[in-house]
Design a protein around this ligand. Structure first.
Ligand code: F6P
Length: 357
């Protein structure tokens, strides 16, 4: 009998359940015997020894279910070595839980910070297999993360809805799309929704260029403009600032993100009516789309294979249309942002999209 632990860590996303189901189905179909332990609320469950023993059948019927049946929480990597509220050494506590339950392996479904912690636990001697989750698609070593395509669908739907009302009222609309450090979601939803301007953390904008694009459209007879703004978009001036100076600037000006700053500047400079729409956590919610169901199931099956072969210390990843395994040590802590010379940026520009640069 082998014992496998599961945890889902960080911001949730669609297809977490589909991915766990994939791992369990693969293991259950192998003919070998397994016992499954689900740690509740991410690494917190592993630290506190808060878990449930789950039968394989409890992972059935969850392919289409959003969120995570285990619950999740954020546990910033920089705090992992600090004692928790009860004075426990978090890393030691996690190791103790793992050994006390005599686990053979821990399956971690997580984004950037969670992969870093997974790698730390690997270095501490635990057997780890991880899966790439996040709507931000910003994990190094994989071309795709599950959750991303579902979030693109939702954000695109928002832009589609905004399009009709923007047209009726002849307004400029800003749709703020999740993604603090990487703009993959804003870029893809922006293109899918036919946004005229897309502002990304990777391409600092010049407000004059943004205004010029709106005026050019107005001159050509367009009554409205759609702008997709990533949460982490920055002006050229802001991009040169230190993080704490930027935070102080935004606080002083009363803006929580670039969207509101851009909105006010456009209103001032063009006299047009501007509205901001923030779909927020809706982008992480609801059922996974068909792509994510298939993708997460494939990742789950391949993660199951790694467990069967006792190949630990890897994240299952997507490269060149294949599911591959990437050493955790190679991918942990690295962010995948949009490269400056990405062809998708060039193609969007060919279509007339402005990035405000
Ligand atoms: O999980 C990724 C993400 O959704 C980012 O796109 C977003 O900036 C952040 O999480 C929001 O975090 P929280 O759920 O903690 O508000």
């Amino acid at each position: 009998m082998r014992r496998v632990g599961f945890l889902t860590s960080g911001g949730d996303c669609q297809a977490l359940n589909a991915a766990m189901r994939g791992v369990v189905k693969c293991l259950a179909n192998s003919g070998e015997e397994f016992e499954f332990y689900g740690f509740l609320n991410g690494y917190m469950g592993l630290i506190a020894g808060n878990f449930r023993i789950l039968a394989a059948k409890e992972f059935s019927g969850i392919l289409t279910r959003g969120g995570t049946i285990l619950g999740s929480s954020r546990m910033p990597f920089k705090q992992i070595r600090e004692p928790d509220e009860e004075g426990r050494d978090k890393v030691e506590s996690m190791k103790q839980t793992y050994h006390k339950l005599q686990l053979d392996c821990l399956v971690v479904l997580g984004g950037n910070g969670s992969q870093k912690t997974a790698n730390l636990l690997r270095k501490e001697g635990l057997n780890i297999v991880s899966l790439p989750k996040t709507i931000d698609n910003d994990l190094w070593g994989t071309e795709m993360t599950f959750g991303f395509q579902s979030a693109v669908d939702i954000a695109t739907n928002v832009i589609d809805c905004i399009h009709t009302t923007a047209d009726s009222h002849g307004r400029v609309f800003i749709i703020e799309i999740m993604g603090h450090k990487a703009g993959w979601l804003a870029l893809n939803a922006g293109m899918a929704g036919g946004a005229d301007i897309i502002l990304l953390p990777e391409i600092p904008y010049d407000i004059k260029k943004v205004v010029a694009k709106i005026e050019e459209r107005a001159k050509k007879g367009s009554r409205f403009t759609i702008i997709a703004v990533a949460e982490g978009a920055l002006s050229k001036e802001e991009a040169d600032m230190k993080k704490k100076d930027l935070e102080a600037k935004r606080k002083k000006e009363g803006y929580t993100s670039a969207s509101y700053e851009v909105a006010q500047e456009i209103e001032k400079k063009t006299g047009m009516e501007v509205r901001v729409t923030v779909p927020g956590h809706m982008q992480r919610g609801g059922a996974p789309d068909a792509y994510d169901r298939v993708f997460a199931s494939r990742l789950g099956a391949e993660a199951g294979q790694l467990i069967l072969k006792e190949k630990y210390g890897y994240m299952v990843a997507y490269q060149n249309r294949e599911i591959v395994k990437m050493p955790l040590d190679e991918i942990a802590g690295k962010l995948k942002t949009i490269p400056k010379d990405a062809s998708i940026i060039k193609e969007a520009k060919m279509l007339g999209v402005s990035f405000g640069d």
